[in-house]
Design a protein around this ligand. Structure first.
Ligand code: FAD
Ligand code: NAP
Length: 339
């Protein structure tokens, strides 16, 4: 086969936690033929596939014994309709660059999702969200290659079952569906979403007239609050915000009257995981080469030379403490790979 498959590749530069791991085989996928041929090559050799975008939401616990497919499929295409614009984007495009590009085209909706690392193809996996906006509001269709059906398949938004940091790609289709393109329906009229207090503070009560202003405000907050993975390797939020019933929230409020909470779908309540972790005293704590960021209790850091096992060990201690104290089980947000 005439495929640029590399052997024994160091994955440290391919995950934003900079965890050490090696791939037995690795290929950068830039077109559909490469995708099909490399999948069929891996299947013939009985090798497990790891589908990778920018590596900003994975924890590599060890070496990968199979083939890593780094999805780099390019392309952007816009069609204008009366009430919206349909944008078809290759899975390998950079998410943040897409946000900038849509604003240059006077297409709106993605401004609150600026500066989220990673690729467009990974965005539906956890239905990326920030500052009161979720990708789900804009997904029209997700295209991909089904490893079970061995053919290209198109899923509409409902079939993707996009939920709070969740989708079908984290369940039945986990590691079984290679997203090749995402079709988004964007607005041609700007509708600001300014519900988050941090965003209102950043804008200092100014009247917002453009999506660019919102994008700049979100970018400024993120740059001031979040550690840059190239300087302090991390994967963003390590734990999902738990969703609990109102009865459970009422019980907790008897002991913790100040517990922050927000409405969640289905009438339940969302509690910030950062508050729970902070209350357990973990913010800023360091254990060997890994730790919890001192400004963001949800962000775990590899201070250099940390391993996936070390990081997951610390995460487990945090989860145990939160469970003991609040009887709430924290779920990991990134996906864990490797033995
Ligand atoms: P990867 O880490 O490469 O992969 C993540 C998962 O998706 C893996 O399971 C992988 O197998 C799968 N996958 C990747 N590409 C494909 C594909 N083409 N087809 C099928 N499966 C695929 N997330 C938010 O929701 N909101 C935020 O505000 C946010 N902020 C962040 C800030 C920082 C500093 C960091 C480091 C992360 C942040 N994240 C945030 C998490 C992360 O950026 C997103 O989840 C992003 O979508 C991951 O993209 P990626 O290309 O890096 O995915
Ligand atoms: P923040 O603004 O300090 O808010 C703290 C928490 O309260 C967040 O978890 C947020 O939930 C919730 N919240 C605040 N105002 C809310 C409102 N009006 N309605 C509903 N929920 C509200 O959070 P932050 O840590 O600085 O992050 C800012 C935004 O960027 C958040 O949306 C966060 O999800 C996103 N972010 C995500 C990642 C990641 O890796 N997933 C990393 C960095 C930032 P939500 O988290 O549900 O929004």
């Amino acid at each position: 086969m005439n495929m640029p498959i590399l052997e024994d590749v160091d994955l440290q530069a391919f995950n934003t936690l900079a965890l050490p791991a090696r791939a037995r085989h690795f290929i950068r996928i830039e077109n559909y033929t490469q995708l099909r041929e490399s999948v069929s090559w891996a299947q013939q050799h009985d090798l497990p596939l790891l589908i990778l975008g920018g590596g900003s939401n994975v924890v590599l616990r060890g070496d990968w014994p199979g083939l890593v497919l780094q999805i780099a499929l390019p392309g952007k295409f816009v069609e204008l309709f009366d009430d919206c614009a349909e944008v078809t984007v290759g899975a390998g495009e950079n998410w943040h660059e897409l946000v900038q590009w849509t604003l240059q085209q006077n297409l709106y909706g993605l401004e609150n999702l600026t500066l989220i690392p990673g690729t467009v193809g990974a965005a539906p996996i956890q239905n990326i969200g920030a500052y009161g906006v979720e990708l789900a509001e804009f997904v029209h269709v997700v295209r991909g290659y089904s490893l079970d059906q061995q053919r290209s398949v198109e899923l509409n938004a409902a079939e993707c079952r996009l939920g709070y940091r969740d989708s079908i790609f984290k369940h039945e289709l986990r590691d079984r569906f290679i997203i090749t393109a995402v079709v988004l329906r964007l607005r041609t009229e700007f509708v600001p979403v300014l519900s988050y207090p941090a965003l209102q503070q950043q804008l200092q009560g100014r009247e917002v007239v453009s999506a660019v202003e919102v994008e700049q405000a979100v970018r400024a907050i993120r740059q001031s609050k979040l550690p840059n993975p190239t300087l302090l390797p991390n994967a963003g939020s390590f734990f999902k915000n738990p969703v609990i019933t109102h009865d459970r929230l009422a019980e907790l409020m008897q002991s913790y009257a100040d517990i922050p909470h927000f409405p969640a779908p289905g009438g339940d309540a969302k509690v910030p995981a950062a508050w729970l972790v902070d209350r357990c005293g973990w913010k800023g704590k360091r254990n060997g080469h890994v730790g919890i960021h001192d400004q963001q209790a949800l962000v775990m850091i590899n201070y250099g030379d940390g391993t996936g096992a070390e990081l997951l060990g610390l995460a487990q201690q945090v989860r145990d403490d939160v469970l003991d104290r609040f009887d709430i089980e924290l779920e990991l947000e990134p996906t864990v790979y490797g033995a």
